[in-house]
Design a protein around this ligand. Sequence first.
Ligand SMILES: Cc1cc2nc3c(=O)[nH]c(=O)nc-3n(C[C@H](O)[C@H](O)[C@H](O)COP(=O)(O)OP(=O)(O)OC[C@H]3O[C@@H](n4cnc5c(N)ncnc54)[C@H](O)[C@@H]3O)c2cc1C
Length: 398
Amino acid sequence: MNEPIVIVGAGLGGVRIADNLRSGGYEGEIVLLGQESHPPYDRPPLSKAVVTGDADRPDLKPAEFYVDNRIDLRTSSRVVAVDPLAHTVTVESGGATSEVAYGTLVLATGLVARRFPGVDDDVTGVHVIRTIDDALAVRKAASRATSAAVVGAGFIGSEVAASLHALGVPVTLIEPAPTPLAVAIGERMGQMVTRLHREAVDLRTGVGVDEIVARDGAVSSVRLSDGSTVEADLVVVGIGGYPDLDYLEGSGIELAPRESGGGIACNGVGLTSAPDVYALGDAANWTDAHGDHHRVEHWNHVVDQAALLAAELLGHTITHQAVPYFWSDQYGLKIQMLGAPHPDDEVHVAQDDGRKFLAYYSRDGLLTGVIGAGLVGKLMKTRPYLQTPTPVSALLGQ
Ligand SMILES: Cc1cc2nc3c(=O)[nH]c(=O)nc-3n(C[C@H](O)[C@H](O)[C@H](O)COP(=O)(O)OP(=O)(O)OC[C@H]3O[C@@H](n4cnc5c(N)ncnc54)[C@H](O)[C@@H]3O)c2cc1C
């Protein structure tokens, strides 16, 4: 491996790869470049404990970590260009531009939140949540809000709705799909998660947002596609994110086609189309053993990729087989999913008390995934069954 290793993006993926390289025995120089002014922090608490005021900035590591591990963390340093032939990146920092040379380059630049079209930047009361500054702004706005509209009932929108509800703000949650989350977890499971919203917030499904309406520079309402209007002095837009890869323009580094998730095209260990340039995390589109391409936006996926990529760079072998996993916290319950089921897989509900539930997914009789709400221990015990082909009948009746 060539030195130094330069990492672009000081979020979860950037910090994890730096940490794994150092703890794996890499002795060379590591430079970690992040465009935000904050030291690296974790994102899952942003839509949960940060909005509710139960946490402030959830730093990924204490300041000493970077010093002790000789990781040259440079915040407020935005990479604006990559030159794979010269093995350099161009960095803008404090109004100055400089070149940083790399032996190995790792791109971990995450996503930016998608904004609602047609809303002027200077309108107050309209928010997204991707950064700590976004989350603190929502927390502040919530303290004065009389009613909130959350646009989009994906995982982040759902969590924000639950957090605002916990703060006592009346919430209308608007989702164009008939069943929230059905594209990710299937229709039946989507309905079971949706029950949680129905107990707490005004959930409008099968209806889109036509316009976010402002009066005197502040948001006042949201106009829906069925002609109705929702009054709101706080609007949180949770309509997903996209990798902002303008900094790769002209680099020749291949991007994945939109139909396979977009992002930076990588092989099965994160190598891009350019020699010595790797990518991981939400911005990376890795190829699996079947040649399929995936760009995944889950915390554990990034952690697993960082372990694989560090092993690849250090020439180590990984024996541990990761099982895909994600979680979401909503209305006091932890919703978790193990495995990678297809939304059309057969669903077997093993336990359901109206709030907490556990269910298995199967395809051709084999277990493909497990989903649960509020049953953490039980769900986690099923992990070994997903590491080897297991008939779903082995779990049913347990
Ligand atoms: C609000 C929220 C809640 C979430 N909750 C959950 C959850 O409950 N469960 C779960 O499994 N996952 C959750 N996730 C997803 C998880 O946090 C992400 O998968 C993870 O953070 C991705 O890590 P990353 O390193 O790829 O990107 P990020 O963590 O986004 O880090 C990328 C960093 O790169 C920086 N950057 C971008 N471009 C440049 C550039 N050109 N130069 C320098 N720096 C740059 C960005 O500013 C950012 O700081 C949540 C995400 C969000 C936003």
